[in-house]
Design a protein around this ligand. Structure first.
Ligand SMILES: Cc1cc2nc3c(=O)[nH]c(=O)nc-3n(C[C@H](O)[C@H](O)[C@H](O)COP(=O)(O)OP(=O)(O)OC[C@H]3O[C@@H](n4cnc5c(N)ncnc54)[C@H](O)[C@@H]3O)c2cc1C
Length: 364
């Protein structure tokens, strides 16, 4: 059997691993000249590591990651608002891994047969019969996987009435610093602004920042980050001093309103193409990895509908929660932020783990 996968990001490559392990002949069409990821870190929660275990890649990913969950949430002055019971999280689910995106991509690429990989091929449309029209001609397949991200061409071809991605109201900066000694990873919340950091295994630090901004508003690079966050608690100013301007990435954030189905005949959607979500829970790529595992099982059972049944409710639940958390985390009014911080301080430690349980409990 033959599959064409449109898009060679984390989701498409993971699907390539899952399908080739089921004995399928796979062709991955990637429009970029090479398979690359943005220069940023990525957190992989225990559910994603379980998915990688199913693909035979969990241990190699753990070996290239910093292991350990985020210690909790602080305010801009560094006072704790909520602490994670990291020991209990690890005991129940295992560690959270943070690694450089390029390292994950390398690991996935090495697990896909080299003959499956085609770069510089832009897909223009997909037909219901499994014909994929692209810049190098056309490909036909028993299964087409749309893993082509937020603005998916596959989704536009076969889900023409699907709603467009919607802007979250905030944008994110990501960057990797030069090596800086820091302890635990933390996220800090201000008013309409957040800053988080996590160590990478080689001593560099992955940082992200979020702020309420108009859609398409652009950004002022490192100068804007220093203006917004330079007066926040340590080690944030130190981290900002250890970043090169060229390392700063900025993106407006979107999610995709819920689709009615992830399967149309012999075409399926996977990853952001199916369920792009805001990054507030750090679950977009984690869910794409789960998708790949479940898709592999569905094709082995000859039951694509099972993929839709298993994946749509779960991923839409995660996307919904992520959006809700983002709305509260981005509150910008002084009374709203004070109320939120007060409630966070009062919440028992166990409530954070309880709220994550439906996401981390994924059985694999
Ligand atoms: C700020 C931020 C932080 C995040 N942090 C985390 C995190 O910590 N943990 C986590 O799990 N997730 C996180 N995510 C989400 C995660 O990055 C995405 O969910 C994940 O990368 C989606 O992978 P994908 O393969 O589905 O899509 P993409 O990464 O978008 O890949 C799609 C691929 O398809 C290719 N393509 C597109 N169109 C075509 C075409 N027409 N023809 C051929 N190729 C095409 C693209 O070039 C690309 O390579 C974050 C996202 C953001 C924005």
């Amino acid at each position: 059997m033959r599959a064409v996968i449109v898009g060679g990001g984390i989701g498409g490559l993971a699907a390539g691993v899952a399908l080739s392990r089921q004995g399928w002949r796979v062709e991955i069409l990637e429009r970029a000249a090479e398979f690359t990821e943005v220069g940023a870190g990525l957190s992989l929660w225990p559910n994603a590591l379980r998915a990688l275990d199913r693909l035979g890649l969990g241990d190699v990913v753990r070996g290239r990651s910093s292991l350990g969950a985020q210690a909790g949430i602080q305010d801009a002055a560094g006072r704790w608002l909520a602490r994670t019971d990291t020991a209990e999280l690890e005991r129940r689910y295992g560690p959270v891994a943070v690694l450089h995106r390029a390292d994950l991509l390398d690991i996935l690429l090495a697990a896909v047969p080299a003959r499956s990989l085609r770069t510089g091929v832009v897909v223009h449309a997909v037909r219901p019969d499994g014909t994929v029209l692209h810049s190098a001609g056309e490909s036909t397949a028993d299964l087409v996987v749309g893993a082509d991200g937020l603005h998916s061409v596959v989704r536009r071809s076969l889900w023409p009435s699907a709603p467009a991605p919607r802007y979250a109201g905030y944008s994110a900066w990501r960057m990797v610093t030069r090596p800086v000694p820091i302890g635990e990873s933390v996220e800090s919340w201000g008013r309409g602004e957040r800053f988080g950091y996590a160590p990478l295994p080689d001593g560099r630090v992955y940082c992200f920042a979020v702020a309420n901004t108009p859609e398409g508003g652009g950004h002022g690079g490192l100068a804007e980050l220093r203006r917004r966050f330079g007066g926040w608690h340590d080690p944030i100013p130190t981290l900002l001093a250890a970043v090169d301007e060229s390392a700063v990435l900025h993106h407006d954030l979107y999610d995709l309103p819920a689709l009615d189905s992830y399967v149309s005949g012999r075409v399926v959607l996977l990853g952001d193409a199916a369920h792009a979500m805001t990054p507030n829970l750090g679950q977009g790529a984690c869910q794409a990895l789960e998708d790949a595992v479940v898709l592999g099982r569905a094709v082995a059972a000859g039951d694509l509908a099972a993929y839709d049944r298993a994946r749509r409710p779960r991923t839409q639940m995660v996307a919904r929660r992520s959006r809700q958390i983002g709305a509260v985390a981005q509150w910008s009014s002084r009374p709203g932020a004070a109320l939120r911080n007060g409630v966070l301080r009062l919440m028992p430690r166990s409530s954070f783990l309880r709220s994550l349980a439906p996401i981390l409990d994924w059985p694999g």
